[in-house]
Design a protein around this ligand. Structure first.
Ligand code: FUB
Length: 329
């Protein structure tokens, strides 16, 4: 599959259909010569662009680059690293959710508001109260209730919160990377309801449980082929909720199915086999009755991990409702 966006390096695509057009909200990769390490310092992004296409079938395009819609220097609380964003629409407004390091180097999640899906977006002066870690994914359910999913271990700092609240922050977990050991359950992603104005959490942050189908118990911490690492996404199909995510160091995109947007979700299988490059990240969108996977790889940069390119391909469900595994080809 050739890259969808070739004008600049892009990653972590969050796709939505707004006003009959497909909008993509990706990270904007660049090379600043920063050290390449497990902390993710090499992912040193400083702004966001929005892209759109009128349709995806029979082939996607043409791609419009709507330009820079938000800059790190315009967000008062941010020090660096504008990582994977997402967008949502409610009440006739558009909201861009984004993670970044604050002035103390701690990842928080911010929100910026705009009048159009194409931006520009005006950031709130402070991060969302009670937010932490990375990779926000917004989902507005059919009843109008909006949710924000987030979290990522290792460089994404989720392991520093062994409780669900931001006040449980313990920097000593940064070096440990994640839980491990035969009796440890994997740490779950997080979810919070959003207030009607979409700017704050409405109530407590909750940890999501992903269950192993063979035991009915949470996926163990040492099960690196199935445990949550980062890149949360939520979509709904036929009244059922599909939570999907990256397994990080084993490089899979996986899905889990549940009856509530708050979980629990039961592991269902792989969506995407490993791509070229260390990270894998995605979104899933229904466009004109077909289901598409937006993802990235490092084909265009010939394997440079932090210079990625957004791709898109159609995916399919089997007759039990499971997503059929696909590859980057
Ligand atoms: O783009 C920076 C980080 O890489 C994202 O936040 C992760 O999901 C991974 O794709």
């Amino acid at each position: 599959m050739p890259p969808l966006i070739t004008s600049t390096f892009t990653a972590d695509p969050s796709a939505h259909v707004f006003n009959g057009r497909v909008y993509i909200y990706p990270s904007h990769d660049r090379d600043t010569g920063t050290e390449n390490n497990d902390n993710g310092d090499q992912y040193d992004m400083a702004d966001y662009h929005v892209f759109s296409v009128p349709s995806l079938h029979p082939s996607p395009g043409p791609v419009t680059d709507h330009g820079v819609v938000l800059r790190a220097e315009d967000i008062p609380w941010v020090s660096k690293q504008l990582w994977a964003p997402d967008a949502a629409s409610k009440n006739g407004k558009y909201y861009l959710y984004f993670p970044a390091r604050d002035k103390d180097g701690v990842f928080r999640i911010g929100v910026a508001e705009g009048d159009s899906p194409e931006g520009p977006f005006t950031p709130d002066p402070e991060p969302i109260s009670g937010s932490y870690s990375i990779d926000p994914a917004a989902f507005v359910d059919d009843d109008g209730q909006a949710y924000l999913y987030f979290g990522g271990i290792w460089g994404g700092q989720l392991q520093c919160y062994q409780g669900a609240t931001a006040s449980s922050y313990d920097a000593s977990w940064q070096k440990r990377g994640e839980r491990s050991g035969p009796s440890e359950a994997a740490q779950g992603p997080r979810v919070a309801k959003l207030t009607d104005d979409m700017h704050q959490f409405d109530g407590d942050v909750k940890e999501i449980t992903i269950l192993a189908p063979e035991t009915g118990e949470p996926i163990p911490a040492d099960d690196h082929a199935r445990r949550f690492f980062e890149a949360a996404w939520l979509h709904k199909r036929g009244g059922e909720y599909y939570f999907s995510y990256s397994t990080g160091d084993t490089h899979f995109l996986c899905f889990a199915r549940g009856k509530s947007p708050l979980g629990p979700f039961t592991y269902g299988g792989r969506i995407l086999e490993p791509v070229l490059g260390w990270t894998t990240h995605h979104s899933i969108a229904e466009v004109e009755g077909r289901t598409y996977l937006f993802y990235h790889d490092c084909e265009l940069s010939k394997g440079v991990d932090h210079l990625r390119s957004v791709k898109v391909k159609e995916i399919f469900y089997d007759d039990k409702g499971d997503i059929i595994t696909t590859t980057s080809d």
